[in-house]
Design a protein around this ligand. Sequence first.
Ligand code: GLN
Length: 491
Amino acid sequence: MTENLSIKQASDLLKSKHISSKELIQTYLKKIKAGKELNCFNFISEETALLDATKSDERRASNSLKGDFDGIPIGVKDLFCTQGILTTASSKILSNFIPNYESTVTMNCKESGLISLGKLNCDEFAMGSTNKTSYFGPVKNPWRPKDSKIDLVPGGSSGGSAAAVAADLCIASLGTDTGGSIRQPASFTGTVGLKPSYGRVSRWGIVAFASSLDQAGPITKTVDDAAIMLDIISGHDKKDSTSSIKEKENYSKNINSNVKGMKIGFPKEFMSDDLPKSTLKAWEECKDLLKSNGAEIINISLPHTMSALPTYYIIAPAEASSNLARYDGVRYGLREKGNDLIDMYERTRSEGFGDEVKRRILIGTYVLSSGYYDAYYLKAQKVRSLIKDDFNKAFEKVDAILTPSTPSTAFEIANEPNDPVQNYFNDIFTVPVNLAGIPGISLPFANDEKNLPIGLQLITNSFEEQKLLNIAKNIEETVQYQAVPEKWWTQ
Ligand code: GLN
């Protein structure tokens, strides 16, 4: 009864009194313990979750529920500040940081009665695509290649959030996406990952990586659940000056899967002979599927696609170097002893940050330094505008764009390339979407010849989340992707 539940199914079980929230939380806490080897959680909120469940059951008994999803367990990426609960960004420098405030997104979840089971592992400060940069060690993808015991990366940076949903250690989870960190791990784990438009969801209280790109979103088992989560977390927030005042829609109520007459763009720049055959096949099949469901397929061009990755790897580190300046041993987390103030700063930051984070700080400081600012940072901002223009022009002709989510399926934890730039290619299909500030969703389409999930990405124009979810639902309904990984970690 409690295997691989969606939010909708769990809410029906609670409503019909087949299960109490406390029983549901206990079941999931057991699953989390059994799944320890996956290393999804940095911190399990056992006591508070059980307490919250008791309260939810009391509300149900007294007809004072906070909403339809009161009492449902979720996991939270360890990048959202949670009041009184450890928030580490998977970094040594914040390994003892307990915020005295709650991020708007997690507050919205609480106010809807969702219950956090704990904080999910991620790449350090959300920098990475493998979850291997975490101070708390890598997360294992619940999927393994057919007939093999090889451990694969779950993707990153929201690797814990994606793996926990795929392994059914929680019903849904929260992630963040700066360059692909929700969609890429969703693609690697056969889950649905939604990055909303920039400004749709408040960034307040989320550990900042690159503020002009960061956006929070859900990782779920179904498109309907993504709509439900977006209903809960989105909306204007006075505390975030970049959050949009645009009215949000009722995504889950208004969702429909009709694509008749819709125009779907097929960008030629995303096509490459280097893509795995199975990915190309999935992409092609999805195109045919949409066509037979009544959509029109239109070939389009996004000419600056190949400039997106270098642009991102200037802008994101630039903003990161500025955001991470606050970790100086004075206000947050770790403090190393030093002979004087500067020495203390240096020791704290040398000891507290991992290699990838240091690399980004160095690159960011360099591209912002006088003499290089115009050549790199300013230039990157100009290219960013061109990328945005490409999408604007495309959306004059099409309703949505369909691409693969990632250039490969999940790869071995042990086989990660040593060259960091090689790693950056993981985000080649997702990064343009962040640079343009538009929404994107990755949804599982099929499994490849190794039985690993292949994700496809849909993109729409700013604030067209409803359309995005509707098309995604059409694909989901037609494909009926129901594969789940074998639960090898429980043996
Ligand atoms: N993998 C990308 C990076 O390392 C994206 C990360 C993210 O979206 N947070 O920057």
